[in-house]
Design a protein around this ligand. Structure first.
Ligand SMILES: *[C@@H]1O[C@H](CO)[C@@H](O)[C@H](O)[C@H]1NC(C)=O
Ligand SMILES: *[C@@H]1O[C@H](CO)[C@@H](O)[C@H](O)[C@H]1NC(C)=O
Ligand SMILES: *[C@@H]1O[C@H](CO)[C@@H](O)[C@H](O)[C@H]1NC(C)=O
Ligand SMILES: *[C@@H]1O[C@H](CO)[C@@H](O)[C@H](O)[C@H]1NC(C)=O
Ligand SMILES: *[C@@H]1O[C@H](CO)[C@@H](O)[C@H](O)[C@H]1NC(C)=O
Length: 357
């Protein structure tokens, strides 16, 4: 196995600025994104990297599939990306954050990932817009049977209202690979695990105490998607520490890592119809099918990106779910939502993600 590690130690700032791509109105390309050393942009070309491979640097981030914002990623020989949370002698461990380089404004995004099953570590797959609209999958490693969904609007810090906790289908564990999907339409968001709907949130009914008057608590601006792992157990916030499961019990380990096999992107147009790219004029670039074809960065184009299977129409709500019965709820939770104090605690502190990195 040959791995190539890129480390961006310089970017240890807890909160990263936007990527300098403001005003992009979306440049989505449908296809599967693997984790390929040639397809990830580093904003700082001076960072030392192993010289074994041609390393893209400089140029425009939009010429790449991903951008490494923080931390360490290794590219395994089978196109899987391994992202690390690395122990520090003192203080919080250094996590990793990787962002897509293209913006999605409505579409279906699925990440196949294996989370870190360790209390204190948070593994994520989210969308994030420049104004901090956000749709989340978050996994706290102390509870290997559940994943959490959440949604934020304009970066407003309202907790305990918009999150929900979902059992991994079939008694599964987050320590195994699962497909986590965010289906983001202009009128509805759905969260799925392994193709099974866990939650559905209608735009029209999404409001809350902190929603600005006349608006809906609903992401509606072009968003990057991001994957990350981070040390929630060492957060300054006690709520975040409890939510994450407390301090990481490192034992002899110096690092822990999550695996991301791929991200499938299906762009939707402004009528929520699946399309190869959006806007239609978006150049078909970047979406690599595999890394066996040598790519020359930063101008690499794979040409024939994969158009994924078209999603079917929204299924009718299952009988007796809260969706159908909902009259005033801000959050419609379709799935099995955990009960018990642990779930209640989790729900209280869901989605510290954006502030966590
Ligand atoms: C984005 O648009 C706003 C408003 O039109 C403008 O003031 C700003 O300079 C633009 N930013 C970039 C990076 O082009
Ligand atoms: C390849 O992918 C599998 C998951 O299918 C993963 O478990 C494994 O660690 C990856 N890396 C290598 C080098 O096989
Ligand atoms: C992770 O820890 C292992 C075992 O200590 C070590 O061999 C490896 O180099 C570390 N990887 C990173 C990226 O720190
Ligand atoms: C990799 O992609 C190339 C170009 O699309 C294709 O010809 C080749 O069959 C693919 N290889 C694998 C192993 O998928
Ligand atoms: C990359 O693209 C730019 C703009 O299209 C072009 O000027 C340049 O020659 C290209 N570089 C390579 C290495 O193909």
């Amino acid at each position: 196995m040959r791995t190539i590690a890129y480390t961006l130690l310089a970017l240890a700032a807890p909160i990263l600025p936007a990527l300098g791509q403001a005003n992009v109105t979306g440049n989505c390309v449908t296809g599967r994104l693997n984790f390929d050393a040639l397809r990830i942009f580093r904003s700082d070309p001076s960072v030392a990297v192993p010289p074994a491979a041609p390393i893209p640097s400089g140029g425009t981030v939009a010429n790449y599939d991903f951008s490494l914002n923080l931390g360490t990623i290794e590219f395994e020989s089978n196109n899987t990306g391994r992202i690390f949370v690395k122990r520090e002698a003192t203080g919080p461990a250094i996590g990793t954050k990787v962002s897509s380089s293209r913006y999605v404004l409505y579409g279906s995004i699925t990440a196949r990932l294996r989370a870190v099953p360790q209390a204190g570590v948070v593994t994520t797959f989210i969308t994030m817009s420049d104004r901090h609209d956000e749709i989340d999958w978050e996994i706290t490693g102390g509870d290997t049977r559940t994943a959490q969904s959440n949604v934020f609007y304009k970066g407003i810090q309202e907790f305990g209202v918009h999150g929900a906790v979902h059992n991994i289908p079939n008694g599964g564990s987050v320590a195994d690979f699962h497909d986590y999907t965010i289906e983001w339409r202009s009128d509805r968001i759905r969260w799925l695990i392994d193709g099974v709907e866990q939650r559905s949130l209608a735009r029209e009914s999404s409001t809350s105490p902190m929603t600005p008057p006349g608006e809906r608590w609903f992401p509606s601006t072009p968003s990057l998607f991001q994957i990350s792992v981070w040390d929630g157990g060492s957060s300054d916030s006690e709520g975040t520490r409890s939510w994450a499961g407390g301090p990481i019990q490192w034992g002899a380990a110096q690092n822990l890592s999550a695996l991301y096999q791929y991200v499938d992107v299906q762009c939707y147009d402004d009528q929520n119809r699946p399309v190869p790219a959006w806007p239609a004029t978006t150049p078909a670039r970047g979406a690599t099918l595999n890394n066996t074809t040598p790519l020359t960065a930063p101008n690499a184009t794979s040409g024939g990106h994969t158009v994924l299977a078209q999603p079917t129409a929204l299924p009718p709500p299952p009988p007796g779910n809260k969706n159908a019965a909902s009259t005033s709820g801000a959050v419609e939770v379709v799935s099995t939502v955990m009960s018990g104090s642990k779930a209640a605690l989790a729900a209280l502190f869901v989605a510290v993600l954006a502030v966590g990195l």
